[in-house]
Design a protein around this ligand. Sequence first.
Ligand code: UDP
Ligand code: MG
Length: 330
Amino acid sequence: MLEFRTCRMILERRPPPELLSLVIPCYNEEAVLPVLRQELAAFLKKLTVKVEIVLVDDGSRDRTLELLLQWCREDPSVRVLGLARNFGHQNAATAGLDAASGDAVILIDADLQDPLDVIPEMLAKYEEGYDVVYGQRLSRSGESWFKLFTASMFYKVMRTFVHPDLPADTGDFRLISRRCLDAVCSMHEMHRFLRGMITWAGFAQTPVRYHRNARVAGISKYPLIKMIRFAWNAIIAFSPLPLRISLAFGLISSFIGGLYGCYAIFRAVVFHDTVPGWTTQIVLTSLLGGAVLISNGILGEYVSKIFEECKGRPLYIVATRTNFPARVSS
Ligand code: UDP
Ligand code: MG
């Protein structure tokens, strides 16, 4: 596993950000947007810092983009990126982070599961000198035991494979300072696990704890199969451990096979009874065949990721940009 434990940081107090960017990726969120708009308007009235809202439409198939553009027309502080198709949450978030111009940026989901009221606490930590303030969930309402169980397994696996310091019970909801964001934006890998990349970047990081709400409307865009793919991509992107496990598995199988080979030769030479042992032969062949196939499969996963990375394609393609002051290259 890659070792990049965070070091001790000296905190220096800083003024509040001159501009705070709220980056919100949206995919098929037409049911959520009216509530989000209302809640944000009420919340921003209480906030003293200047805010820009960067909404990213991740190739939605419903009326999301239409609603976002309408919002944009009525409020010049709202900027909208429309992606050319669905690029997935991590790439949509990356598009928003790249386009944000604030001194501090907060990444938040559209469904209001992460309460806006936590943001002032995040800003206070930013002023204390922290570069990353991540939301850590104390509880999660409105989610099935299955989602909670898979989420807790997810963090156990991720801490083993991605980063031992990756905080448990966190999502992508976090405040990031400009210098940390610049570091993250300079990483162009296709298979993105933003939480891991932000932890990898280092800087002073601290949690704010909160109770996670249920979705205000609509359904989760992360079904189990997408979660598994997300976790697998994160593991492969961050860790060579699966390759080492497959190597260890191969070595153990070869060792057992070698021992059995010696035993078979011994029997053939001493007892001359080579026909018996057919069952064992089949078992060993399948065991070794399985080990070889698993190893090849894992190797194949890495090769396919290398193949995709070396094509060097853009992480997302922006189709429309609305209310941005100047063109931002993707
Ligand atoms: N999302 C996205 N692209 C996708 C899937 C999701 O931009 O392909 C957005 C979605 O609109 C939401 C956020 O990512 O704002 C998190 O998704 P969701 O709330 O469905 O995930 P969950 O909280 O259930 O894990
Ligand atoms: Mg959600």
